[in-house]
Structure formats: C-alpha cells, structure tokens
Design a protein around this ligand. Sequence first.
Ligand code: LLP
Length: 418
Amino acid sequence: WPLGTSIGPDGLCVAGVSANELATRFGTPVYVLAEDEVRRRCRAYRTALPEVEVAYAGKSLTCKAVLRWVAEEGLSLDVCSAGELAVARSVGFPATRILMHGNVKTPEDLKAALAYEVDRIVVDSLDEIAQLGALARYPQRVLVRVTPGVDGHTHKAITTGVDNQKFGFPLSGGAAAEAVAAVLAQPSLRLAGLHCHIGSQVSTVAGYEEAARRMVTFMGQIRDTHGIVLRELDLGGGHAVPYLPGEPTFDLTGYAQRVRVAVSYTAATVGLPVPHLTIEPGRAVVAPAGITLYRVVTVKNGFVAVDGGMSDNMRVALYGAKYCVRLAGRQSNAPLRTVTVVGRHCEAGDVIAEDVPLPTDVHAGDLLAVPMTGAYHHSLASNYNQVCRPPIVAVRDGQSRLLVRRETEDDLLARDLG
Ligand code: LLP
C-alpha cells in the first residue's frame, strides 16, 4: 500500500481520501494514484544513485501528470513510441533528458524522435541503424542495445537479457560488435555508448552485476578494435516490487553499491574511465503508488465478481500475476474464506486474484481494493468487450484530482466510421 494508507471503520483511506468517496465521485473501476508515493520513489532513486541518470520507463504508466511529476523530481524519460513521446512533448519534457527505445521503431517513431531532438536513440537492429542514419540530419547520439547473455530469472515473457529473443544484439557470436561497426559507419550517427536490459520484475542484484561486467568488458573490446572510448552505459530497468506481502523488495542500496563496484572494477581492469551510468526503472517508481478500486457485482458459484477485469488488469492473464485484495468500503468482523475474484469479461481466464482471503459477508455493492496496480495496468488496458477504460485519479493531502477521465461510449464510437 502507498505510504499514508490506513484502514478505519469506514474502510480504506489513501493519502487522506476515503475509498468510498473516490468510488462515489469517480465511479468504479478506478485507478487511484498516490502522488507523494511516486515522488518519494523518484527521490529514493536520486538519493541512492546521485551520480546516475534515472530515466523513468514511460511504458509502465504514461500520462501528462505523471510525466510532469517525474520531470520535476529530476528524472529523465525512456519512451518507446511516438505516442509516448507525444505525451512527453505535450508537457514540455526536456528533450535533452529523453531516450527512445524499442525493437521495432517505425519511420514515424524515428521521425518524431528526430523532430523533438531527443538526446539518445537506443538502436536495436541493423535495419534501424541504416534507416536512422538516412533520416538523421545532424549527428544523432545513439546507444547500441546489447544482449549480454544474462538471465534475470523472471517470467519468460519479460526476460530480455538472454540470447534467442527479439531484443538487442547478442554479445555472443559477434552481433553486438557488428552493430557497433554499423553505427560507426554512419556519418549522421554518433555512438555515445551501450545499453542493456536483462528483464523486468527482477528481484536479485547478481544479474545486473554480471551484465555490468560484461558490458564494460565489451567497451574495452570496442576501444581495442576502433580506438574509441565510450562514455555511457545504460543498464536498463526491471527492479522488482513485492506484489504480495512477504515478497522481497528490491535492494536498491545493494544494487547501487554492487553495480558501482562491478562497473568501476571492470573499467579499471580493462583500463577505461568509469562510464556515466543510466538506469530505467518504471514499475518500481509507480506500481506501489497505485490502487484499483472495484465494486462487487455478484457473489456466485464461490466467485466474487467485480465490475472490471482483464481489460484493466492484463497481468494475471499474461503472466499468472498474483495480487492481494482487500475489502475497502467498510470493516468486517466476519471470518475469512478463500475466494477467487473474477472480472466481467467473457473468458474463464478473466481473473483479478485467485484464492485470496475475503470476509464471508462480502456482497454485491461492496468496494474492493487491489494494491500495486500503478505500473502496467493503465498502460496495458484494453477495450475488450467494448468496455470503457477506467480513469486515473491522483490523491494527495486529502485531495483527489482526475488525471485521465473515464473512457465513454462516445470515445469508443468516435473511431468507428461505420
Ligand atoms: N527499459 C527497457 C528497455 C524496457 O524494456 C523496460 C520494460 C524497462 C526499462 C522498464 O522495466 P521495469 O522497471 O518497469 O520493470 N508488462 C510487463 C512488463 C514489461 C516490461 C517491458 N520492458 C509486466 O506487467 O510485468
């Protein structure tokens, strides 16, 4: 739960605003976001890693207000499409603090990045290097995305540091070296450094340490081959958050210390200056600041069915993700029983949380809260079954503010030309 969340006789209260009030005012389902928690997490990164550039991974949650907050907290931004860049541009996010990513960047993505003069583009294929080389009119700074062959030991769908997946250029077999040569051959590109991202929801530090060692060693090889010293190393994001009580929290202090040592020791060993580091956390900045509120519609066949589902939380269906659920609109002294909370969509796999304890007196009309929903919920939301996507409401100091309004049937119909 975000800091400042309490459970009183009237139920859950987040940053001084009660769940009942939020549900009445904004309807359900609703994504609630504790602004101070987002800001506190930005600051924790800046404090733990003052010499490191922290680029918020916008794919985890992009909307104007969140991008403003992270900009105000001094973070940079990683965007992975022209669409994310459009939101960044609309709030005047400084281009000097933006990187663009993606294994597929369309010509529109690349043109948008060049037009806004984003500081770095992380190149991900030889085709992209050629295309960007042809499009760029002035030396565009690029990082080469390298697959270091390190397993972050996370879910298969979000493992990206090993060979045989679609991201980056593998170190093994020479593809990364080939990409470096390809960038150096393009007069309109300037190779600023290297990038890697070993995966998402990675809970241990060892994989990052090993990736850092391999990347710096590769920088030494680039110096030996091409006579250039690369100054920048981006170690990606992926820092895990605990979705359930008792799950480990990512050891940010340990990460800072061990990655620093791995980078500086390897740099000294190969005789390079210590590169300037960038990291790209997304989930760890916003997930714990988010809570989704649902209204129970029926309790039937042993299931508690709510008014949202896989259209606002894809993570259960995609990754078998686990969540906890809490009665949010009142207190109950009834005994607990284990139930599965399901959604409104026409699929048996439309589950919010499997086998969770809830009071036996939970009934239609009750409010339920699901914590840890700030990252990859709104950004993965869909219109499945033509269900309108929920709003995002910010809470702070007893006040609530609508950041993104609920989608309407008019929104749905506006794109359908008949
Ligand atoms: N940098 C790059 C290049 C990435 O691909 C990602 C995430 C990040 C940074 C940020 O990772 P984070 O710190 O948020 O873990 N939909 C999945 C997660 C997909 C992550 C994709 N890339 C989920 O809900 O678990």
